[in-house]
Design a protein around this ligand. Structure first.
Ligand code: ATP
Ligand SMILES: Nc1ccn([C@@H]2O[C@H](COP(=O)(O)O)[C@@H](O)[C@H]2O)c(=O)n1
Length: 664
């Protein structure tokens, strides 16, 4: 997951490959609650691991439910409708799928509970659900603004509830209120319980998920249209034993759109198919209308580009409210304005999504019209895309759908602010996108310079702050030197071909900061000055340098690379967007290396270190191939009198100078 303040997505051109998506959030949190309410043990496979499921799991644990994890499998010992803990204070983050159903279930379970969330959760309405529960005789108080969390729930006896008449609940603000009642009321089903929906029920497919999962847990709800639901007397939750969570159909929308937009052989999605019980799977119909080619099997989808440009769409998107946000970005690539209607529920989601989408689409240059329950997006023709820093409003879906703007025809990069908000439902979203997307030019920052100038330290830190990969090219020469020694060879021209063969086939693995050579951890051996000298000797052999070229370039992967060495800017990545030549006086460098070695318990003297590093620099800068020298377009940075932080800030500032974004 990217935890950086922003993530710059370079212009993307094509995409191809297979993705496996995380489990559905809607199914995961319903299954967790049902498993907790049921009798018996439920084994849950492929549960989504994200912020929203974590808050639900924490809440269930606080209620005394036993949850065991074995690898990817979760075993939940159901409470059988009886509370083990009569009071608790629960924090539910920004998870509507936890707040609403838990409110209903806890109001019936007969304990004293406080339910809180993040500030945005306290702006998301819950009054219609509380009104419905109050009609029944449940006791729920608002701890802040009336109609919104946080809530205090007080105990009531099930026998005191008024269940003789239909319970009325509004269905036109959020379908989660009805879902909450449907999930919770079987707890009180000594008699038939009737729920009447007031107003036009929105997001009906989510109710279908609820009914489907209730059936898996032994509760068969009778439905009369979308207006009346009856929970039969005597209904009791029964664990189904094993239950598998489908991949998230809303998350699939980004990859369906990707297949429709990007050039390439197409995208295959594993874990969810056209027969999914999730309403958002109907996104495939909308994508097809816009021109996507979609094939599907029992548990997979295959998508490729069909009509191009995409065809504009005018759609009542009430049945796919979450996935429809993806259509708003696809609309930028269409042949006319696209309108998404009946989406008033966007306004009470993680953020006001109509406002958020309109604002951010406009930043890209698009013309957008919006109203209380619709958005109209005009296409952005080539030549009119602007580089934009996309604000994400702590809304995972805003972050994910705007990544698709990186496929624009103008080759304009997209900056996603606070990319970690995707943790709500899809923590590895960007990594998954990058595993199938192709960028014509992956950004590279090169940091070259003499020994002990601080290149490695600077590289690691700059890469960390940008969320980029990093390459320590010196290690490759050090490992080659070690392999040479172990093979009984010397850095002589006579052994050059054999050393190059070793370099080409190094059985090398980088794992959590350790370097493994044929499975052996050689990290410590590589950091000695002797290993540095051997590296310097083998690195002067042209065949060895040629042998390591492809390996070094293979580190250039999305979203970007920071590379440390001697010839990163001159030979390996001559097209790098920023080249830094880092130096410090020999005295400073010798002193730093001295401190570094002493801190590791290696005894040495400053004088001998200085002599070694000067000898190494001389060899490195006077060799015939790829000598150490600044690239003509490198920026010089002498950090003799700088702290590490100052050097990092300087390089990041230079990098921002060459980025197209206004300061964020
Ligand atoms: N600006 C700085 N001020 C003080 N110390 C620094 C600075 N930059 C790096 N150092 C310290 O200097 C030591 C050497 O740094 P580092 O290993 O990053 O250098 P290097 O250029 O990568 O060396 P080599 O070329 O041998 O791999 C480290 O202990 C590091 O913490
Ligand atoms: N791009 C590079 C990187 C390193 N070398 C040689 O390897 C030696 C060890 O490098 P460190 O950065 O780990 O100290 C170095 O002295 C160079 O001789 C190189 O040639 N090219």
């Amino acid at each position: 997951m990217f935890t950086t303040p922003f993530l710059d997505i370079p212009p993307l051109g094509a995409a191809a490959g297979t993705v496996r998506l995380p489990g559905s959030k809607s199914i995961s949190n319903r299954v967790l609650l049902l498993a907790a309410l049921a009798s018996g043990t439920t084994t849950v496979h492929d549960l989504l691991d994200s912020d929203d499921t974590r808050v639900m799991l924490d809440a269930l644990a606080a209620l005394g439910c036993t949850v065991e994890r074995a690898g990817d499998i979760l075993r939940i010992e159901g409470l059988g409708g009886r509370l083990k803990t009569p009071s608790a204070s629960l924090f539910l983050g920004n998870a509507g799928t936890a707040m609403r159903p838990l409110t209903a279930a806890l109001a019936l379970l007969g304990g004293e509970f406080e339910l809180r969330g993040v500030p945005r959760m306290h702006e998301r309405p819950i009054g219609d659900l509380v009104d419905a529960l109050t009609q029944l005789g449940c006791r729920v108080d608002y701890l802040g603004n009336p109609g919104y969390p946080p809530l205090q729930i007080h105990p009531v006896a099930l026998d005191d509830l008024q269940l003789d008449g239909p319970i009325r609940v509004r269905g036109d603000v959020s379908s989660q209120f009805l879902t909450a009642l449907l999930l919770a009321l079987p707890l009180a089903a000594q008699r038939d319980i009737v729920i009447d929906v007031v107003g036009e029920l929105i997001s009906k497919p989510y109710i279908e998920i609820t009914l489907n999962l209730l059936a898996r847990f032994g509760i068969t709800v009778r439905r009369e249209g979308w207006q009346r639901f009856t929970i039969p007397a005597g209904s009791q939750y029964r664990s189904p034993g094993d239950i598998h969570v489908e991949a998230d159909a809303s998350s699939a929308s980004y990859f369906i759109a990707l297949g429709a937009i990007a050039e390439g052989t197409g995208i295959r999605i594993e874990g969810v198919g056209a027969e999914s019980i999730q309403g958002d799977i109907r996104f495939i119909d909308a994508a097809r209308r816009m021109g996507a080619r979609v094939d599907s099997g029992p548990n997979w989808l295959a998508i490729s580009r069909g009509a191009w440009p995409l065809r504009a769409i005018d759609l009542d998107a009430n049945h796919i409210p979450d996935a429809a946000m993806t259509l708003a970005v696809m609309a930028l690539y269409a042949d006319g304005p696209s309108t998404l209607r009946n989406i008033a529920s966007w306004r009470v989601k993680e953020t006001d999504r109509i406002d958020a989408m309109a604002n951010e689409l406009r930043k890209l240059g698009a013309t957008v019209e919006d109203g209380p329950d619709f958005i109209r997006v005009h296409p952005l023709p080539a030549g009119s895309w602007r580089p934009a820093s996309i604000k994400t409003y702590d809304d995972h879906r805003v972050a994910m759908c705007f990544s698709l703007a990186a496929f624009n025809p103008d080759g304009v990069a997209v900056r996603i602010l606070d990319p970690h908000c995707v943790a709500k439902t899809f923590p590895d979203y960007f990594e998954t996108l990058f595993s199938v997307a192709h960028a014509p030019e992956v950004p590279v920052i090169c940091i070259d310079g003499p020994t002990a100038s601080g290149k490695g330290t600077l590289t690691v830190e700059v890469a960390r702050r940008l969320g980029y990969h990093y390459l320590d090219s010196g290690t490759l020469y050090r490992v080659t030197g070690l392999a040479m020694r172990r093979a009984g060879l010397d850095a002589e021209p006579a052994h050059e071909a054999r050393i190059a063969d070793l370099a080409r086939a190094l059985p090398l693995v980088f794992n959590e900061g350790k370097v493994l050579l044929a499975g052996e951890d050689v990290s410590e051996d590589l950091r000695t000055e002797a290993a540095g000298m051997d590296a310097s000797r083998v690195s002067a052999l042209p065949a060895v340098r040629a042998a390591l070229l492809a390996l070094q370039r293979s580190f250039r992967r999305l979203p970007g690379l920071v590379a440390d060495g001697r010839d990163m800017g001159t030979v390996i990545f001559p097209d790098a967007g920023l080249k830094v030549y880092l130096t410090a006086s020999a005295a400073h460098r010798a002193e730093r290396r001295y401190k570094q070695l002493i801190s590791k318990g290696i005894s040495t003297t400053i004088d001998s270190l200085r002599a070694d590093l000067e000898a190494r620099d001389l060899r490195d800068s006077s060799r015939s191939v790829a000598p150490l020298k600044p690239a003509p377009d490198a920026r010089l940075l002498d950090n003799s009198h700088q702290t590490i932080e100052q050097s990092v800030v300087q390089v990041l500032a230079w990098w921002q100078e060459v980025q197209p974004f206004e300061s964020s």
